[in-house]
Each structure stands twice: as structure tokens, then as C-alpha cells.
Design a protein around this ligand. Structure first.
Ligand code: BV8
Ligand code: ZN
Length: 244
């Protein structure tokens, strides 16, 4: 069983580090993971249904309200020690974070090299002409506003299931997955592609894979080391060993 000391030794040796993060890294900030995001009012809905273009078009106010609620929640949350540990690691090593999260917490914690594969909760665009729209937090309302240019519905500018990821983000994520000699895979169930395929790309190009997750995931078998614990606890421990 490989230990956190073994993991720290790999991190110390690494020249170029990639991090793939999922909703789990934000859980200790109080943001429920995607799987258990739908509690209370939303418990009868499946994320894979709501987070789709068809889901939005079939009931725009419903999907608008779900994202508005998540956007308002962002005002109450802060990065947690896991985010801060990765920001500190960036001060010691060359680190690029590839995140599936749309909460912006990595940048808020001080990480500067962050690739947002699935967009950001604070960005909006027209569902038809795709022109960006600016929506202030205090006028999110209960249904989507209309586009100034074509009167189409305004939607969150996030990547829904069945939609392509932003080309530049995916290209950058693939490039760092090829180039890195170590990938930390933090807080992701490894269920959603193409993000979940990036650790295999890194491995094929010779990288060491270290997973940080309290649970087994769909991609644990590919990992060289699996650190079973909460990222808000494990990542600061890793940094403490590195800097001791
Ligand atoms: C695509 C933004 C090409 C929105 C998200 C059929 C038709 C079309 C596509 C597909 C199809 N079948 C499969 C696909 C591909 C599909 C896919 O992979 N589906 C899955 C469900 C099988 N992918 C796509 O559609 C992607 N696009 O393929 O385009 C294409 C185009 C057209 C036609 C065909 C192909 C787009 C995917 C992006 C979807 N958008 N987010 C929003 O957030 O509302 S994904 C969303 O779910 C999250 O961003 C996250 O990435 C993902 C998973 O969510 P969670 O499970 O909650 O989070 P995570 O995976 O991170 O798991 C939580 C983990 O944390 C757990 O492991 C847990 O143990 C751990 N944890 C808990 N506590 C802690 C912790 N870890 C550390 N510390 C803790 N304290
Ligand atoms: Zn428009």
C-alpha cells in the first residue's frame, strides 16, 4: 500500500504537474458534488437531464432556477484547504489545474494556471446566437432573460451533457496531459468524458498518477497511488511533507 510519503516523493521529483479536479474538491467548501447536488426541491431531477440543452429548452425557468440557485450559493462559499494547497504547490512547482468544476474556486484560492473544461457559473450566453450576456447576481430572477441581439433565451455558459467542450480548453488540457510527468486526480468520480480520459492520456505519455478521493472511482485502477481521504485534509498533508 503506497503511502502519502511515497506520493510526496513523486511530487518532489516531478518537473511538470497536472491536476485534474472534480466536484469533490469543492465539497468541503459546502458545494455538494454533482451526484448529490440534487437535494431538497431538486431531488426528483437527474443532473444528466437538467444539465442538457434539451432539458433547458423543454423547461427554461426550471433549469434557469437550478443554475441561479447554484450561482447564489457561490456568494456564500470560500475555497477550502484543498484549493489553497494546490495554489501553494503552484508556488513550488510548475502546476496546471484542469478542472471540471464551474465554481471558480481554484482561481479564488490563488491558482493562476487553471483550465475550466466545463465553463463557469458566472458566465452566460444566448442559446441561439451564442453572444455573451452579462447577468448581475441581483437580477437572476426566476426565468431566463432574452438576448439583446436576437431575443433568444439567455443560458448559463457551461458545457451541458451532449455538448462539445470549449476547443481551446480541451486542447490545452490534452497538451498538459501529454507533457506532465505527474497528474494529481482529485475529487472526481471519473465518470464524465472526455475529462475522465485525461489521466489515461497522461499515463500513456509516462506520467505517474496519484488519486485523492475518499472513495474508489471508475478510474482508480489506473492510479499508481490512491490516497483515500478528503482533499481538504490530504492535500495540505502532502504540502506539509513537501515543505518540511
Ligand atoms: C461530449 C457542467 C462530445 C454543467 C458537467 C450520449 C450522448 C452525448 C454524450 C454522451 C453520451 N454518452 C456519454 C456521453 C459523453 C458524456 C458523458 O461522459 N456522460 C457520462 C454521464 C457517461 N459527456 C458529454 O456529454 C461531454 N461532451 O462528450 O461532447 C459529444 C457531443 C455530442 C454528442 C456526443 C458526444 C460534456 C460533459 C460535461 C457535462 N457538464 N458540468 C454543470 O455543472 O451543471 S459535468 C458534471 O458532472 C461535473 O462538472 C462533473 O465533471 C461531472 C461529475 O459530477 P460529480 O460526480 O459530482 O463530480 P465528480 O465526478 O467530480 O464526483 C465527485 C467525486 O468527489 C466522487 O468521486 C467523490 O468520491 C469525491 N469526493 C467527495 N468528497 C470528497 C471527494 N473527493 C475529495 N475530497 C472530498 N472531500
Ligand atoms: Zn442571441
Amino acid at each position: 500500500m503506497q503511502t502519502i510519503e511515497d506520493a510526496a516523493a513523486w511530487v518532489a521529483k516531478a518537473q511538470t504537474i497536472a491536476v485534474l479536479s472534480g466536484a469533490g474538491i469543492s465539497k468541503e467548501s459546502g458545494i455538494p458534488t454533482f451526484r448529490d447536488a440534487l437535494t431538497g426541491y431538486w431531488e426528483n431531477y437527474e443532473p444528466e437531464k437538467l444539465a442538457t440543452r434539451d432539458g433547458f429548452l423543454s423547461d427554461p425557468p426550471l433549469v434557469w432556477r437550478w443554475y441561479a440557485e447554484r450561482r447564489r450559493k457561490l456568494e456564500e462559499v470560500q475555497p477550502n484547504p484543498g484549493h489553497y494547497a494546490l495554489a501553494e504547490l503552484e508556488r513550488l512547482k510548475s502546476v496546471t489545474i484542469i478542472t471540471q468544476n464551474i465554481d471558480g474556486l481554484h482561481r479564488l484560492a490563488g491558482s493562476s494556471s487553471v483550465i475550466e473544461l466545463h465553463g463557469n457559473l458566472k458566465d452566460y450566453k444566448c442559446v441561439d446566437c451564442e453572444k455573451p450576456a452579462t447577468i448581475a447576481l441581483d437580477d437572476l430572477g426566476t426565468e431566463p432573460p432574452l438576448c439583446d441581439y436576437c431575443s433568444g433565451l439567455i443560458r448559463p455558459d457551461v458545457v451541458w451533457f451532449g455538448e462539445y467542450l470549449p476547443e481551446d480548453a480541451l486542447r490545452a488540457a490534452n497538451a498538459i496531459s501529454h507533457a506532465c510527468d505527474l497528474m494529481l486526480v482529485v475529487g472526481t468520480s471519473g465518470l464524465v468524458y472526455p475529462a475522465a480520459g485525461l489521466p489515461q492520456v497522461a499515463k500513456e505519455f509516462g506520467a505517474t498518477l496519484i488519486e485523492v478521493n475518499p472513495d474508489e472511482t471508475a478510474i482508480s485502477d489506473h492510479m499508481d497511488i490512491s490516497l483515500r481521504g478528503a482533499s481538504g485534509v490530504v492535500l495540505p498533508q502532502l504540502l506539509a511533507i513537501l515543505t518540511s
